[in-house]
Design a protein around this ligand. Structure first.
Ligand SMILES: Cc1cc2nc3c(=O)[nH]c(=O)nc-3n(C[C@H](O)[C@H](O)[C@H](O)COP(=O)(O)OP(=O)(O)OC[C@H]3O[C@@H](n4cnc5c(N)ncnc54)[C@H](O)[C@@H]3O)c2cc1C
Ligand SMILES: NC(=O)c1ccc[n+]([C@@H]2O[C@H](COP(=O)([O-])OP(=O)(O)OC[C@H]3O[C@@H](n4cnc5c(N)ncnc54)[C@H](O)[C@@H]3O)[C@@H](O)[C@H]2O)c1
Length: 466
C-alpha cells in the first residue's frame, strides 16, 4: 500500500486542488478517464465551441428580416470539429504531462479506483493507495435508459456525439433538458433535421414555467418536438440508419442517422463503491456532504474525506464545482478555520437560440416560500422588444422575468430568455449575492443607453415593491 498526504479522485475540478500548499508533500491524482474531466473534454468547453459557429449559421436566417440577405452556403462539420478538438485535446495532453512528468511530488494514476475503506482505495489493476486526506471529485456520467437497441453504434451520448465523422442528416435526441436543448440547437443550426423526444410535457421543465413554456414554443418552431413520449425501441436499418419506435400517448415511428441520449446524468458513486464503505448517499446516489464539503457517514463528517462537484451536488454545473474546489482547497490545509460553500444564488444558462439564463427561485417556488413565511411577492415580465436595442434587433420573443419580495424589494429570482441572456443576467446575480434591493439597483446606477441591459432596468422599475 502506498501512502500519500493527499489523494484526489478525478482530474476535472479535482486537478485544481494541487496548489503550492502541496509542494514537497505526496499527492496522488487518480483518473480512469480522459485527463481534465467532463467540462474540458466532453462538456462545457467543446459544446460552447460548437454553439458559437451554430449562432453564426442562424444569423443568415435572422438577417433577412432586417434587410440583409446572407446565404448559408455550407457548414464544414469536420473543420469545425477538428478546430475544437485540436485545441481541447492539446490542453488535456499538456495538463496530463505536467501532472505525470513535471511534478516530483505528484503521482498520476490513470485507472479507475474503488474505496476499500474511508481513506483507502484500490485501482483496477490492484494497486492500493492510502492517504491522510482524500478528495472525491469523480463527477457524473450520462444515463442510458433501458431501451432495446441502446447499444447500437449509431447511438451516442454527449461523450461521443461531438466527434462524429459526418454531420448527420437526421438526428433523434432523447431528453428535454440542457444537453438535449443545446445539441438540438447545434445540429439544427448546422442543417440536420432534428427530432427531440421528451418524456415530460415541456422542455427545460425544471425551470420557471414562463421560461419553460416560452422555450418549448420556440423549440417547436425550430425542431420536430415530440412531448410526453419516450423511445420504445431502436433498430438498425440495412442502410446504416436507425429505426426508432416511440411510445407514449400516441405511437410514432421515424428513421434517423444518429441518436443522442440526453436523459440526465448520475453521480459516479456506484463505481467508487461509496455505499460499500458506508458513505452517506442521497436518494439520487450523490455523496452527502456538510457545508464544509466533508463527506458524511451516518450523518457525521468523516475527518479528512471531502467531496465536490457533480458527485455530491445537485446543480451539475462547472462554476459550482469550481466554487466547491476553492472551498476544499482552503479547508484541506486550514483544519482550524474551515470555510463554507455558498449555494444561495447559483445561476445557470442554456446556450441555445434564444439563450436562457436563470438564478434564484422560480415563481412557483417563490409563492410557496411566501406562503410558508407570510410575505407577498411581486413579479415583472419585461419584453426585450420594449427597449431600444430590442427594437433594433426586431426581437419578438425575448423577455426578463423578475420575482421580488414585495415589501423589501429583495430579488428572489430572475429568469431570462433571449439574446445573450447569460450576460444580461449577471447584474441581477450580483445584486442578489450582495443584497441589493430592486429599487436601489434600478435607480442607484447609470444603465447604458441604448444597451440591451435596459430591459433589466425596466423590469426592475416595473416591480411593485415597498
Ligand atoms: C455536454 C455537457 C455540457 C455541459 N455544459 C456546461 C456548461 O455550459 N456550463 C456548466 O456550468 N456546466 C456544464 N456542464 C456540466 C459540467 O461539465 C460539470 O458540472 C462539471 O464538469 C463537473 O465537474 P467535476 O469536477 O465534478 O467532474 P468531472 O469533470 O466529470 O471529473 C470527474 C473525473 O473523475 C473521473 N472518475 C470518475 N470515477 C472515477 C473512479 N472511480 N476512479 C477514477 N477516476 C474516476 C472521471 O474520469 C472524470 O475525469 C456540461 C456537461 C455536459 C455533459
Ligand atoms: N449550459 C449548461 O450549464 C449545461 C449544459 C449541458 C449540461 N449541463 C448539466 O448537465 C446536466 C445533465 O443534463 P441533461 O440534459 O442530460 O439532464 P436533465 O436532467 O437536465 O434532463 C433530462 C431530460 O431527459 C428527459 N428524459 C429522461 N429519460 C427519458 C426518456 N427515457 N425518454 C425521453 N426523455 C427522457 C427528462 O424528462 C428530462 O427532460 C444538467 O443538469 C446540467 O446541469 C449544463
Amino acid at each position: 500500500m502506498t501512502h500519500y498526504d493527499l489523494a484526489i479522485v478525478g482530474s476535472g475540478s479535482g486537478n485544481s486542488l494541487i496548489n503550492a500548499d502541496w509542494d514537497g508533500r505526496k499527492v496522488a491524482l487518480i483518473d480512469g478517464g480522459v485527463f481534465g474531466g467532463t467540462c474540458l473534454n466532453v462538456g462545457c468547453i467543446p459544446t460552447k465551441m460548437f454553439v458559437f459557429p451554430a449562432e453564426l449559421a442562424t444569423g443568415a436566417q435572422e438577417a433577412q428580416s432586417l434587410g440583409v440577405d446572407l446565404e448559408l452556403r455550407d457548414v464544414r462539420w469536420r473543420a469545425i470539429r477538428d478546430r475544437i478538438f485540436s485545441r481541447i485535446d492539446a490542453i488535456s495532453r499538456d495538463g496530463r504531462r505536467y501532472r505525470a512528468d513535471e511534478l516530483d511530488n505528484v503521482t498520476l494514476y490513470e485507472e479507475y479506483v474503488r474505496f476499500t475503506g474511508e481513506k483507502t482505495l484500490v485501482t483496477a489493476s490492484g494497486e492500493e493507495i492510502h492517504a491522510d486526506q482524500v478528495v472525491i471529485a469523480a463527477g457524473s456520467r450520462a444515463v442510458l435508459p433501458d431501451i432495446p437497441g441502446i447499444t447500437l453504434p449509431q447511438v451516442h451520448t454527449s461523450d461521443t456525439i461531438m466527434r462524429l465523422e459526418e454531420l448527420p442528416a437526421r438526428i433523434l435526441i432523447i431528453g428535454g433538458g440542457y444537453i438535449a436543448a443545446e445539441f438540438a440547437h447545434i445540429f439544427g443550426a448546422f442543417g440536420s433535421a432534428v427530432t427531440v423526444v421528451n418524456r415530460s410535457g415541456s422542455l427545460l421543465r425544471t425551470l420557471d414555467e414562463t421560461v419553460s413554456e416560452a422555450f418549448t414554443a420556440e423549440a417547436v418552431r425550430q425542431w420536430d418536438v415530440v412531448l410526453n413520449h419516450t423511445v420504445a425501441s431502436l433498430t438498425a436499418n440495412d442502410d446504416g440508419s436507425v429505426h426508432a419506435v416511440l411510445d407514449g400517448t400516441e405511437g410514432q415511428e421515424l428513421d434517423v442517422d444518429v441518436v443522442l441520449v440526453a436523459a440526465g446524468r448520475v453521480p459516479n458513486t456506484d463505481r467508487l463503491g461509496a455505499a460499500d464503505v458506508g458513505l452517506d448517499l442521497d436518494p439520487e446516489g450523490r455523496l452527502v456532504v456538510d457545508g464544509h464539503q466533508r463527506v458524511l457517514r451516518d450523518g457525521s463528517p468523516i475527518d479528512g474525506l471531502w467531496a465536490l462537484g457533480d458527485v455530491s451536488n445537485r446543480f451539475q454545473l462547472k462554476h459550482v464545482a469550481n466554487h466547491e474546489a476553492r472551498i476544499v482547497a482552503h479547508n484541506l490545509t486550514h483544519p482550524d478555520s474551515l470555510r463554507t460553500s455558498d449555494h444561495r444564488f447559483v445561476p445557470a444558462a442554456v446556450f441555445t437560440h434564444p439563450q436562457v439564463a436563470v438564478v434564484g427561485l422560480t415563481e412557483a417556488e417563490a409563492l410557496a416560500k411566501a406562503e410558508a413565511e407570510g410575505f407577498e411577492i411581486t413579479v415583472a415580465v419585461q419584453q426585450y422588444g420594449s427597449t431600444a436595442f430590442g427594437w433594433a434587433m426586431e426581437d419578438t420573443t425575448g423577455f426578463v422575468k423578475l420575482i421580488a419580495h414585495q415589501r423589501t424589494g429583495m430579488i428572489l429570482g430572475a429568469h431570462i430568455m433571449g439574446h445573450e441572456a447569460s450576460m444580461i443576467i449577471q447584474p441581477v446575480i450580483q445584486a442578489m449575492s450582495f443584497g441589493l434591493d430592486a429599487q436601489t439597483m434600478a435607480s442607484g446606477q447609470y444603465w447604458i443607453h441604448p444597451a440591451l441591459t435596459e430591459v433589466v432596468e425596466n423590469a426592475l422599475l416595473s416591480l411593485k415593491t415597498g
